[in-house]
Ligand binder design. Structure first.
Ligand code: NI
Length: 255
């Protein structure tokens, strides 16, 4: 079965047809979904999705674009929410210097605090790293991320950084629609470098739809496009990529 390891089905872009779409997952071959979280307000909706759908699991965490004005008790609220049996990760957390550089210091502090929380709770982290590779790697090292593990989602780093992430940081690497874009030479070289037992697939839906759906609303049903491309890159049948990435996702999130 297909395991979409990063989705946002709580997004309002699914409000009109969420249940209809999610009811098609099974026949589309999608058997597991990890729903990521961006801010505290999303948590009740994410937990509701986990309760309603046996195949949906969730994460809780503060996205780097959401650090501004964050309430002082946010760690306690994340800790409490993580007690739900289907919350299996802290994320998405990280650094984003593409959209917001003026909150750099805040982003770094909140990333570090959330990695510490993940280690305390023995949950893996889901990392968002955009235009911030150096600082992300430094903070993850400083906060001993290898003790809880996790995933670099929608990986945009170099092929050289891959081994540091998989071997030194004990983490996985996720690829989605961006891999299929015409100019995606760098991510394809990175995907080639990722050991098979560290490879994950994801949508980041509603964003990042793969070619030929680029620009449309994304969903887990488009993941076969990503699987086909990874199969080509790795020189393996698509069914093997599907099986391996499912196993990897289950191992990472304890499912
Ligand atoms: Ni995301």
């Amino acid at each position: 079965m297909i395991f979409d390891t990063h989705a946002h089905y709580n997004s309002e872009q699914f409000d009109a047809d969420r249940d209809e779409l999610l009811s098609k997952m099974n026949e589309g071959g999608v058997g597991l979904i990890m729903n990521a979280c961006s801010n505290l307000d999303e948590i009740p909706d994410i937990i509701a999705l986990c309760d309603r759908y046996p195949f949906i699991f969730g994460a809780v965490g503060i996205h780097p674009e959401e650090v501004d004005g964050l309430s002082a008790d946010y760690l306690d609220r994340l800790r409490r929410s993580s007690a739900h049996p289907k919350i299996r990760a802290i994320g998405e957390i990280g650094l984003d210097y593409y959209w917001t550089t003026e909150t750099k210091a805040e982003q770094q502090r909140i990333l570090g605090e959330q990695v510490d929380l993940a280690r305390e709770l023995k949950l893996p982290v889901i990392i968002h790293d955009r235009e911030a590779h150096g600082d992300t790697m430094r903070i993850l090292r400083e906060h001993k991320v290898w003790e809880c593990g996790g995933v670099f989602h929608c990986y945009s780093g170099s092929a050289e950084m891959v081994r540091e992430i998989t071997d030194e940081l004990n983490m996985y690497i996720g690829f989605g629609g961006a891999l299929t874009f015409k100019n995606a030479k760098k991510p394809r070289m990175a995907a080639e470098a990722v050991p098979l037992n560290r490879l994950l697939i994801e949508t980041d839906c509603p964003y990042m739809a793969p070619v030929p759906y680029r620009g449309k609303r994304n969903s887990s049903l488009y993941l076969p496009e990503v699987i086909e491309l990874l199969a080509e890159i790795k020189g393996l049948p698509a069914e093997e990529i599907e099986r391996i990435t499912e196993e990897n996702g289950r191992r990472l999130f304890g499912i």
